[in-house]
Design a protein around this ligand. Sequence first.
Ligand code: ADP
Length: 490
Amino acid sequence: MTNPDLERKVLEAVPTGLLIGGEWRPAASGATTKVEDPSTGEVLAEVADAGPEDGMAALAAAHEAQAGFAAMAPRERGEILRRAYEAMIGRADDLALLMTLEMGKPLAESRGEVTYAAEFFRWFAEEAVRIGGGYATAPAGGSRFLVMKQPVGPCVFITPWNFPLAMGTRKIGPAIAAGCTVVIKPAPQTPLSMLALGQLLLDAGLPAGVLNVITATDAAGVMEPIITDGRARKLSFTGSTGVGKILLRQCADKVLRTSMELGGNASFLVFDDADLDKAVEGAMLAKMRNMGEACTAANRFYVQRGVAEEFAAKLAERMGGLKVGRGTEEGVQVGPLVDAKGREKVVDLVGDAVENGAQVKVGGRAADGPGYFYPPTVLVDVPKESRLNHEEIFGPVAPISVFDTESEALAAANATEFGLVNYVFTENLNRALRVSEKLESGMVGLNTGLVSNPAAPFGGIKESGLGREGGTVGIEEFLEVKYVAIGGLG
Ligand code: ADP
């Protein structure tokens, strides 16, 4: 139920400045930028719009805080994260409402994301005290090897709008656990969740300068000087592959460590030995979570001929029955897309497929009126060369193609430069493992439509990225290995 008073209260509680050195301040130029509600187009808030000077001030603050923070006891760093986790769970309703207002997803999904985001803090609170090392004797005897792990140093994070909190906490959590300071720039569409999180972390006892939050519409102009300065030692980026490549080139200048979570083009394979109801359930999750605005979203459905018609009919029925509307309203399951550009892309991709012969089973036409709504859509007979099969849709559109053999399905799934995740539905154990091994992706959803979990290593291969977030390897991305050769022991 939409509650304007509550919305106002939640919006008014969010800091609107830049968080630099533990203090909130306006942009040096005084510039601000507007944040809009994608379901109405109305302005929700105005936040500071940083320029290069502010970015460098944030970098200086992170650099200055680095040595002191690295010396803080791991338990203490862990306890800051633990308190932040508790605070996020305690304030889940307000954080969820804020997220729905700026990003559009239904409240239930926002609540889910708040929990998911908070879980990264809980996980890395536990990891902070498990940073190990090694001591060994050289194979030839005599000298010894001492291996220690140390924080990589100040980090730069750039995050997208689709998961405004979780894409931040999965970077901030391990950075804090490892003893690294941070400059983070959230996406201009959804800065409010990150600004709220900045204050929450200060309240949880994070020392000044450890987390610096800058909101900037001129992302390139503000971030490039920070990345190429040399004081930051790591960049972690989640966003499009195109921007990721630009950033990788910038990182080459001072040889920064990088973690890249880039685009995806997930296939969703349904074999005729699958449990079809399970497959439809998985498809709903893999396709419709976040309105399809996820790099893990199922982008291409390949269904074996014997079950293709039944699968398409069941999926179309479920997709067509979803309630579309403003995410704050009771019972809404599908919110608007994030902005006009996002919706235009979906309209273009569906138009291209239909022009080339795809059939619309359900949806397929953007709604009129305010807000960037697009209806859940199922397409069948989608020609191979359709743009939908090669580009990230980032919307609630399920294109279905038919295949006959396992090798045909694998060839289709792997015919992309992306390699983040693929989904497989089959009840045949040998096929499940064989196909999982042959899929070219960092992750596979086997009889499940959801792979994300803070305790598991998330990430892609090929042009979907570098490095992993979460799991036991997540913290390693923020640690340097130092080896000390010890002689003189005799
Ligand atoms: P999307 O198209 O989904 O918005 P982007 O990759 O463009 O994805 O954006 C992800 C994040 O990267 C956002 O925070 C955005 O502001 C930032 N960004 C975009 N272009 C650049 C750039 N040239 N340099 C640094 N950050 C950028």
